[in-house]
Design a binder for this molecule. Structure first.
Ligand SMILES: Cc1cc2nc3c(=O)[nH]c(=O)nc-3n(C[C@H](O)[C@H](O)[C@H](O)COP(=O)(O)OP(=O)(O)OC[C@H]3O[C@@H](n4cnc5c(N)ncnc54)[C@H](O)[C@@H]3O)c2cc1C
Length: 393
């Protein structure tokens, strides 16, 4: 029987398995992940789950019965250490091996690590998985945590800053760039969001270089800046981006360049091997150049594309990328990719706070961002069209 092996049981891998079955794939499906938990959604890890132990556990992507009912062999707490492309075989850390006809790499990404003096001090946290979030929550809600410093004003950094303010902490966000969320949103939106967070008590320090950390009793006590300033810290979260988990792919000789390189069907440089989700980089119909996108929507969409190719089905119609974030009382949503625009139209309201930003190139709507206007998302998705006609492919 034909076997598809999926390495990584996050949202990309789990959706690939589910879509293969939905498409009528009859072969065996093996879904492998090194984490112990039933595959779960990561978004709550930097949001509600941080607020206290009484919060509901992050939702499983599918209940256990789903895997049984759909003949998906879910393997948890199993790490794959190598891929033999000639033999079409993967090897687990315990030395066992298994054969594949088709392989999907859905290995995700890992938090980028700080490379500074003092990085191993207690009290410095990173955030990617359930264990990281549980550790961060315990530290944040502990009696000795008053001053919280977030390094990096990206989406995850701002979400943790929001949660820390809700928990009554003194919060400072230190960012090397001139503004927050610079990689994913326009200045119009990030300035709006930054002002609202400042109003709730978050202090932002932009254009700052970090030199290292001060310590007391082997714990972090301050973040030391390049200009000589010291910011008091009982807890530090480093939210400075993520790097794709490409080690298996690289060692197997697959083409990689800030992600595993894929074509429009999510095939890697080996036609029997696909890559999807945070680890994959390729063309996107909504922006020029190669992109690696780290969102739930992207992981789900790419899973559907790969599953269609494996089942010889028509590729799903392109849909604009989108993401959301919850920051204090703001639901921030973005559709499209905020690059290559030359005109910004924005409409803001202060009480209650809401914002709609259109990013245009000539007459074409490239991307749109909204705050507290969830009903607008559907219309904006329809208004954004791919840059290349799909007929041309
Ligand atoms: C804290 C946090 C909050 C987020 N919030 C949002 C949000 O609000 N909105 C949004 O759109 N996106 C959000 N994201 C991003 C989103 O969660 C990711 O884009 C998505 O999880 C990517 O899915 P994935 O399956 O590609 O990777 P992952 O979810 O990282 O899954 C990959 C899995 O593969 C496993 N794995 C890797 N290598 C191996 C191996 N060799 N053997 C076995 N298993 C392996 C990993 O352990 C991991 O479980 C957030 C991410 C984080 C970390």
């Amino acid at each position: 029987m034909d076997t598809t092996v999926i390495i990584g049981n996050g949202v990309a891998g789990t959706n690939a398995a589910a879509t293969l079955r939905k498409n009528g794939y009859e072969g065996a499906i093996m879904l492998i992940g090194e984490e112990v938990a039933l595959p779960y959604q990561r978004p709550p890890l930097s949001k509600t789950w941080l607020l206290g132990p009484d919060r509901p556990h992050p939702t499983p992507i599918r209940p256990l019965s789903f895997f049984e009912d759909n003949r998906i062999e879910l393997m948890r707490a199993r790490k794959v250490v190598s891929i033999d492309r000639n033999e079409q075989r993967i090897r687990f850390s315990d030395g066992k091996t298994t054969k594949f006809d088709t392989l999907i790499l859905a290995t995700g990404a890992s938090p980028r690590r700080l490379d500074l003096q003092g990085v191993d001090l207690k009290g410095i946290h990173y955030l990617r998985d359930l264990g990281d979030s549980a550790g961060l929550r315990q530290a944040l809600t502990g009696p000795d945590c008053r001053d919280v410093v977030i390094i990096g004003a990206g989406v995850i950094g701002l979400e943790v800053a929001s949660a820390a303010v809700d928990l009554g902490k003194t919060v400072t966000v230190i960012e090397a760039a001139a503004r927050a969320m610079a990689r994913v949103a326009s200045p119009a939106t990030t300035n709006f969001v930054t002002q609202k967070l400042t109003d709730t008590g978050v202090q932002f320090l932009f254009n700052k270089k970090i030199e290292g950390f001060g310590a007391a009793n082997h714990r972090v006590s301050s973040v030391n800046l390049g200009d000589g300033a010291e910011v008091k810290a009982d807890l530090v979260l480093a939210g400075i981006g993520a790097t794709p988990n490409v080690e298996l792919a690289e060692a197997a000789g697959l083409e990689c360049d800030n992600g595993i390189c894929v074509d429009q069907d999510m095939r890697t440089s080996d036609p029997k091997i696909f890559a999807i989700g945070d680890c994959a980089r390729g063309d996107n119909k909504f922006a020029p150049g190669k992109l690696r996108i780290e969102t739930v929507h992207n992981a789900t969409t790419q899973a559907q594309i790969a599953a269609a190719a494996i089942c010889n089905k028509e590729r799903p119609a392109p849909v604009p990328p989108r993401f959301w974030s919850d920051l204090k009382d703001m639901k921030v949503q973005a559709v499209g990719i905020a690059v290559g625009y030359d005109l910004v139209q924005s409409d803001a309201s202060q009480h209650p706070p809401s914002l709609e930003v259109h990013l245009k190139s000539g007459d074409r709507l490239v991307a749109a961002e909204i705050v507290n206007l969830p009903n607008r998302q559907g219309a904006l998705m329809k208004a954004i069209s791919p840059i290349v006609s799909t007929d041309a492919q």
